[in-house]
Each structure stands twice: as C-alpha cells, then as structure tokens.
Write a protein that binds this ligand. Structure first.
Ligand code: PLP
Length: 373
C-alpha cells in the first residue's frame, strides 16, 4: 500500500529551521498552520471538524461572510463590487473571462508580459478574438512594456493584465485608468500591497500563494460586469449566477475558504496591506542589492519592473546551479529552483516569508560565492 510521507531523500537541514521559497502552493505562516491543526477535530466548539460542516449551515455561512468583510476592509473594496469564491485556480478563469465578459464576436485586449500572460492569452483565444496591446517578447521578458506603448482598442470588452509575472520575476508598479474594464490576474501578488480597486473591472487570484491553499479562486467583480451567462456556460462558472447565490450555487471549496479566512485575519494582525507591502519591498531589495553587487549572481530584469514577490536570478556560470540548489536545500532553504520554462533561481517572498528566511538565504549566497567566486 502506498502511504503519504516525506520522501526519504529530503535533505536534513543543518540547523533545524527550514524556509520554503516555493512559488505555490507556498508557505503558510506557522501560527496559521498551528491554528488549522488545533481546530481541525472540533471547529469553534461545534463538535464537528470544519471538514464536516455543511456549507448551507449558519456557522459556515458566517465564516464566508466574515472572510468577505475582512477582505473588503483590507482592500477598501467599494460597495459596487462583488466578491466571489470560486472553484479551481486562475487557469480556469483564463477561459471563463471571455465567456463571462464578452458578447459573441467581441474582442479583448491583452498585455503580453510573460509566461502567465501567455497562458491567459492562449486560453482566452480559444473563446474570443484578442488584440495583443504590447509584448515583452522582444526583450525576452526582461521588462514590461510601458503604458505609452499599449495599443489599446477602445471597443475591447476588457483589457487584461498580469500584475505579477511569477515565473519571469516582473511586476506592474502602476495600474492605469482605462476607458474599458481593466481585468487583472493577481494570483501571485494579491494582498501583498494596497490596491486602487476602483480602477479595475475585475481582479482574480488563485489562493495558494498569499491566501491559503489550492482549490479556491477569489474574484472581485464590478457590478456592471455581471451579465446574464452566455448560452452553454455551466451555471457554477457564471459570475452573475454565483454572485446571485453568494458563491453558494454549488458546494464551495470549504476547507480552502476556511484557510483563506485565517490568512485574511493573519494579514490584518500584521498591520494590513501597507505594512506587508513595506516588508515585501524590504525583503526583495535586500536580495536585489546583493545580486547586483555580486560577480556570481545576475538579475536580468529591468530594475523598475522587478517583482517584490518573486525574485528571479541566474548564476553567471549555469553549471553551478545544481550545486547551488542542492546545497541550499541541505541548508534548509527549499524550492529555490526557477520555473521550469525559465530556469535559474526563483525566490518567492510571499507575505508569510519572514525576514529571517531572507537573511539566512543571503548568508548562504555569500558563503556560496566565497567558495565559487
Ligand atoms: C500569475 C499566475 N497566474 C495563474 C497561475 C495559475 O494558477 P492555477 O495553477 O491555480 O490555475 C499562476 C500559478 O502559479 C500564476 O502565478
């Protein structure tokens, strides 16, 4: 019989603590993990595990309501926006966006900013004509095309951006006010900084990076975009029908929603989005400064477009990469390999990554450079 356990070859960290730099599913704050463990057999004295709670019962409806209110407070979401908790990840939304937001034959604008934008484009193209407003492909996605270069179509149903390119290490720093609804995939930087929600028609994010675990996609949608579903669109995938039913048109991903509720409280306890944004900027700046001053490491991205959340870099001698990753793992610094399509090193610094993790990584990078520089 197969059993689920840690692989035997997982390296033992040399001094106890491990830091998980995975891009997602990503590390959870230890206090949140402890609360999940503590509450699992008996949720809030109900005598039932959260895993056994009916989603139509008052306790679970209460949890959903509180999670929504906490999110509204953290992001100052205006009242004319709806919050949806949907199944599946952002990849499902790549196809659901055109099906929900466009009339048949209507086109949408897309910014081609990197790996995840390309995925969103490829999927949306199966359902609607698209106009690529600008692409970073020309400089191998070392920068994001600035707003002045976007060739916007005023008749587009929406304009899609990827706020943080998880695999390329690029992040949009400003969000424009457009004449068409701005739609953003924020999967990897959702809740890592304050946002001008009113500039967006729709924001969506998979939960497994900053909002708990996989299985849940969170959407913030302007009321004006809640159109009757296109014929053929299954009801659970219709934004309008899910909004009408408070995201309970079918059984929502209850455990992922519970984890999201805990994460929202945790972010609030840290002091809110301005505080976590400062911390994220500080963590990433320490790394970028070290990389830029180094002879061994090299960051290709244009400084103004570098991500505060996914720091991507290369070793000037790529033959050293396997050793770098192996020794890092042995030192308890886990999941630092770059995205399979890009290579190199990727350091994911979501809200839950403490400064101590970055300091340990920097000490390791210094040691490694001393040995190999
Ligand atoms: C920016 C971005 N968009 C979309 C996705 C896909 O998310 P999912 O696998 O949950 O569909 C990811 C996953 O890493 C991502 O980083």
């Amino acid at each position: 019989m197969a059993c689920i356990c840690f692989p035997e070859d997982a390296p033992a960290p040399r001094n106890g603590e491990r830091y998980n730099f995975a891009a997602g599913p990503a590390m959870l704050p230890p206090t949140v993990l402890a609360q999940i463990q503590d509450e699992l057999p008996d949720w809030q004295g109900s005598g039932l595990s959260l895993l056994e709670q009916p989603f139509t019962g008052a306790p679970f409806k209460g949890l959903m309501h509180e999670a929504e209110q906490d999110l509204r407070e953290l992001l100052t979401i205006p009242p004319n926006y709806r919050v949806l908790f949907m199944h599946g990840g952002a990849t499902c939304q790549f196809g659901l966006l055109p099906l929900n937001l466009l009339a048949p034959g209507q086109s949408a604008d897309y910014l081609d900013s990197g790996y995840w934008a390309a995925k969103a484009i490829a999927e949306a193209r199966r359902h609607a004509p698209l106009n690529i407003i600008a692409s970073g492909a020309g400089d191998d996605f070392r920068s994001i095309a600035p707003l002045e270069q976007w060739r916007l179509d005023p008749r587009a149903g929406y304009c899609h951006i990827t706020s943080n390119e998880t695999a390329n290490g690029l992040q949009l720093q400003h969000f424009p006010e457009l004449s068409v609804p701005l739609v953003a995939d924020m999967s990897s930087d959702f809740l890592t900084r304050p946002l001008p929600v009113e500039r967006f028609g729709l924001i969506y994010a998979s939960a497994q990076k900053n909002l708990g675990i996989a299985g849940l996609c969170l959407l913030i949608v302007h009321d004006d975009l809640l159109e009757a579903p296109r014929p053929g669109l299954p009801s659970p995938f219709s934004y309008a029908l899910q909004a009408e039913q408070q995201s309970r048109l079918c059984t929502p991903p209850t455990f992922a929603l519970y984890c999201a509720a805990l994460m929202l409280c945790w972010i609030d306890q840290q002091g809110g989005l301005a505080v976590v944004a400062d911390a994220n900027r500080h963590k990433s700046q320490l790394l970028y400064q070290h990389i830029d001053a180094s002879d061994l490491y090299h960051c290709r991205q244009r400084p103004a477009d570098r991500s505060a959340i996914n720091v991507c870099f290369h070793l000037r001698d790529p033959r050293l990469l396997p050793e770098f990753l192996r020794e890092a793992a042995a030192a308890g610094l886990l999941n630092l390999q770059g995205h399979a399509a890009i290579g190199g090193v990727r350091v994911s610094l979501y809200n839950a990554m403490p400064l101590a993790g970055v300091e340990r990584l920097l000490a390791f990078m210094r040691d490694f450079e001393r040995q190999h520089g």
